[in-house]
Design a binder for this molecule. Structure first.
Ligand code: ADP
Ligand code: ZN
Length: 600
């Protein structure tokens, strides 16, 4: 078959096997290139549909497609989804019993597998014989998933990935496809260099996730309470990220006591406990996982409705990737974060105390600073987020906290000057909380111990509340006038940029929130509307119950049967669906199966 004929076949498989009418974004271009035998670098946001870019060509090209994937959970999900669709797929990893491994290898040798998933260490370890085995069979293509794991500067670095450059030498004529959802220009370059992909075609897709609403709340301020946020979203599935294991445990317990189906997840749990949590999250409806960042990569659950950060993530990249786990089905979803200066102090300390080299630390600090600045931004968050990835967006997205409730700004020059001079008078050795006590004229033990009641800045800040001063402190740091010194327990240290401000040569705009006399009552963002009228609620519930029953019977997560988006599209199949479901016991009369085309 020529390339054109193959492509027609790809379109046919998209329909008959996966049940999709159209390619999405740049899938089509990638598939065409790979079918022509080209290498490809594919950058698509999470949920963009990367998997099909290699699954379809693997099914069409002679031989087996080999997929390198970093996590066992990720492989299992992909393979079980593929098998549901009738695709001959398997994975080899330590969790597969030896007899089963032998069966898989035999099937591979007989040319019966379309796709084989492997962890990089498995592929590269001499004793596993995997590389030798693959060299004896026709390999359709090699896909390297989560390719940013090869980046030593990145947050998901996996040393095993560095060995993958040998693939070019062993399989010079086999197309290789590297895929990732996070990659700034530097990471992209690193992927190309380290994986020897210099001849690869590049497919860089937009990073915008228009269905995700971005909201950042300041700790202690209005709308920053996690419990209140969750109460408005009962029954929705979501992930809550916290920085430490201890906080994960405490938060999960608090939520469970409050009646949520919430579970902790962190690296300190046993593998079995983690697997149980993950399976429950994927299979049941409305589960909340409270996790450190150890949870996430490889979670293929399209109907995650929110990702909440109780602490600041480490970088814009990490934030984007973590929040990208929400709303992969394209339905409204939320990325919510509450943050405070204390988070910055802790993360700075983690960077400083890590055993990375100086260069590495410098990059990590810069990444953290970029995120802090983003948190304090006063224009469209989406536009700023995309700008970070080098993408233009006209702003006014209408779906971020700033666009929805624009913050008022005011001339904060004097407040910033007072705060910074206070830090200088205190010899740049104290953190924000103490400086604020000094400014507000509080004679605390600590103030008296250091005789700070004698400082010229003592009591000059009575016009603002402590909370308002905290906001000033945060913004002064976010704007780069001062930094928190983690080694000195979060002491505020002035940056050279503060000089013109202190000399009165520069003015600064701060967010109004910092000055308002009382916390304004802000309406929290509404739970995303599911575009279902009240009259359709019974149908919606019936559909979901049916889906749960089907999923249970098939031992797969509900979304494998139907996405929420499929369920809620009444415009497309209104009467067929209504009729089928309201006429009772629909899942036994076969209509469901025909409608998805994916169950058998
Ligand atoms: P990624 O790996 O890029 O995060 P996936 O490959 O897991 O994304 O795809 C995300 C979701 O989009 C999946 O549920 C998948 O079934 C769906 N999807 C992929 N391609 C299409 C398409 N052409 N049309 C409709 N849905 C698609
Ligand atoms: Zn916006």
């Amino acid at each position: 078959m020529d390339a054109h004929g193959e492509f027609t076949a790809a379109r046919e498989l998209l329909r008959s096997v996966f049940g999709f009418a159209e390619f999405r974004g740049r899938q089509e271009e990638v598939i065409r290139a790979v079918l022509r035998g080209r290498d490809a670098l594919v950058l698509m946001p999470t949920g963009g549909g990367k998997s099909l870019c290699y699954q379809l060509p693997a099914m069409l090209r002679p031989g087996t497609g080999v997929v390198i994937s970093p996590l066992i959970a990720l492989m299992q999900d992909q393979v079980s989804a593929l098998r549901q669709h009738g695709v001959a797929a398997a994975f080899l990893n330590s969790s597969v019993p030896p007899a089963e491994q032998q069966r898989i290898i035999a099937a591979l040798r007989r040319g019966e597998l379309d796709l084989l998933y492997l962890a990089p260490e498995r592929l590269l370890r001499e004793e596993s014989g995997a590389l030798a085995l693959l060299r004896q069979i026709p390999v359709a293509l090699i896909a390297i998933d989560e390719a940013h794991c090869v980046s030593q500067w990145g947050h998901d670095f996996r040393p095993e990935y560095l060995g993958l450059d040998v693939l070019k030498d062993h399989f010079p004529d086999t197309p290789r496809v590297a895929l990732t959802a996070t990659a700034d220009e530097a990471t992209r370059k690193e992927i190309v260099d380290r994986l020897k992909l210099d001849g690869a075609e590049r497919f860089i897709s937009g990073f915008d996730r228009p269905n995700i609403r971005y909201t950042v709340r300041m700790k202690g301020g209005p709308g920053a309470d996690l419990m209140a946020f969750l109460r408005q979203r009962e029954g929705q599935a979501g992930i809550v990220y916290c920085l430490s294991r201890r906080k994960v445990e405490a938060t999960a317990e608090k939520l469970a006591q409050a009646g949520f189906d919430a579970h902790p997840y962190h690296a300190g749990l046993s593998a079995a406990e983690r697997r149980r949590c993950q399976t429950h999250f994927q299979r049941a409806d409305g589960v909340i996982v409270v996790a450190t960042i150890a949870f996430g990569m490889g979670i293929d659950k399209p109907d995650v409705r929110f990702v909440a950060h109780c602490d600041l993530p480490k970088s814009v990249e990490a934030y984007y990737q973590e929040t990208g786990r929400a709303g992969r089905d394209g339905e409204p979803a939320e990325a919510w974060m509450s943050y405070g200066l204390q988070d910055v102090v802790r993360l700075r300390r983690m960077v400083d105390e890590s055993d990375a080299d100086e260069e590495h630390k410098r990059i990590q600090r810069a990444r953290l600073n970029a995120l802090v600045a983003w948190c304090e931004i006063t224009r469209c968050r989406r536009a700023a987020l995309l700008a970070y990835f080098g993408e233009d967006h006209e702003g006014a997205c209408g779906n971020c906290d700033i666009c929805l409730t624009p913050p008022k700004t005011f001339d904060g020059t004097v407040a910033a000057q007072k705060f910074l001079s206070c830090a200088v008078r205190a010899r740049q050795r104290f953190g924000a909380a103490h400086l604020i006590d000094v400014l507000r004229g509080k004679e605390t033990d600590k103030v008296l111990r250091h005789r700070h009641q004698n400082l010229s800045t003592f009591g000059i800040g009575g016009d603002l509340s402590a909370r308002q001063w905290h906001a000033v402190a945060r913004q002064v740091v976010a704007l780069g006038f001062a930094r928190v010194d983690a080694e000195r327990h979060g002491a505020l240290v002035l940056m050279p940029e503060a000089r013109p401000l202190l000399r009165g040569e520069q003015a600064v705009e701060l967010r109004e929130e910092a000055r308002a006399a009382k916390p304004r009552r802000e309406p929290g963002p509404r739970p995303p509307a599911r575009d279902i009228g009240a009259e359709d609620e019974p149908l919606w519930d019936a559909l979901r119950q049916c889906r749960a029953a089907l999923a249970d019977a098939a031992g797969v997560p509900p979304y494998v049967i139907f996405h929420d988006s499929t369920l809620s599209v009444r415009q497309r199949q209104p009467d067929a669906v209504r009729h089928a479901f309201l006429s009772g016991a629909p899942w036994r009369n076969g209509q469901v199966f025909r409608m998805t085309g994916s169950m058998d």
